[in-house]
Design a binder for this molecule. Structure first.
Ligand code: BQF
Length: 285
């Protein structure tokens, strides 16, 4: 069994983005800029936004933190998005989710210019992913694909099982595996016999949000196991959707939590911001 080192793969991707961005910034005289909107005082969200700002500094991007109070109205938030859309010095925009309950996430996402939508949550980008003609991929599924590639395991023809069907992870994850010619099954809370499904998986992606729910007896020997979960266990320790200690004995490759998918999500955001920048300055690919 091999533990996939997400930090290492993420560092490699960020290094590539940094080198390419430095080269282009120098020649074009424009530096990539990511605007991150944070509303309210959810501590986890504040940490995620800090991480994103840190990543921008690391790869040589400008970052703009737009921090708004809990009391922000929908109108104020929409006005900010409009300003960032119109600001030519801003190449990527993201709104940290979840938003406080009184705000309409969908309306905010739909207002972001699809060309600046580095999370790839806008319906136009979601649709482009469905037909395989995309500029941006949602960061977490894109990061998972990179981790699978890093193992050398080929997706084509494999039984791929995704547990979870969120719009942010599960659904696009299934689509990306399908694009690489996997035979994809998407499982969810109404799946009749989850264990029967996961036992057939050569590649298993867990994105449910239930601590350690994937046990060793649910995993095919030699499977590649990718854990997207971010939960707290009974001792308040960060853990995934996979029971790592059990499942690591059965998997060929497995991602840890922390240090697996999380760092990749961050690296892919930098990659998407660079893509948005290249589009804005008129460079393809
Ligand atoms: C690690 C996120 C749920 C809801 C909204 C590294 C991150 C996490 C873990 C991180 C996440 C999760 C992010 C690790 C961004 C991933 O070492 O394991 C990085 O910063 N993430 C987010 O922005 O919004 C979320 C999870």
């Amino acid at each position: 069994m091999e533990i996939i080192n997400g930090k290492e793969v993420a560092a490699r991707i960020k290094g590539q983005v940094k080198a390419d961005a430095e080269y282009l910034s120098y020649h074009v005289g424009i530096t990539p800029c990511l605007a991150v909107i944070l509303v309210g005082d959810d501590p986890a969200s504040a940490v995620y936004v800090k991480n994103k700002t840190k990543d921008c500094a690391e790869v040589g991007f400008i970052s703009r933190e737009c921090i708004l109070p809990e009391s922000t109205t929908q109108e104020e938030l929409m006005k900010l998005v409009k300003e960032l859309n119109e600001d030519e010095t801003v190449h990527g925009i993201l709104c940290q989710l979840p938003l406080p309950k009184h705000l309409d996430e969908r309306e905010v996402i739909n207002a972001i210019d699809p060309d600046k939508d580095v999370d790839a949550f806008h319906p136009v980008n979601v649709g482009r992913i469905m037909i395989g003609e995309y500029d941006f991929l949602p960061c977490t599924p894109a990061g998972v694909m990179e981790l699978i590639h890093s193992t050398g395991v080929c997706v084509e023809g494999k039984n791929c099982v995704v547990v979870g069907r969120s719009n942010i992870v599960g659904k696009p994850m299934s689509m990306l595996l399908l694009h690489e010619n996997g035979t994809v099954t998407t499982c969810h809370s109404k799946t009749k016999d989850l264990k029967a499904e996961t036992l057939r998986a050569d590649i298993l992606v867990a994105a449910v949000g239930k601590a350690k729910m994937i046990k060793a007896d649910m995993v095919k020997p030699g499977a590649v196991v990718i854990d997207v979960g971010m939960n707290r266990d009974e001792n308040g320790k960060l853990c995934g959707d996979v029971d790592f200690e059990e499942v690591k004995e059965k998997a060929s490759y497995i991602t840890p939590v922390p240090g697996g998918v999380g760092p990749m999500t961050r690296a892919m955001l930098m990659k998407n911001t660079f893509t948005a920048y290249k589009k804005a300055i008129g460079i393809k690919g």
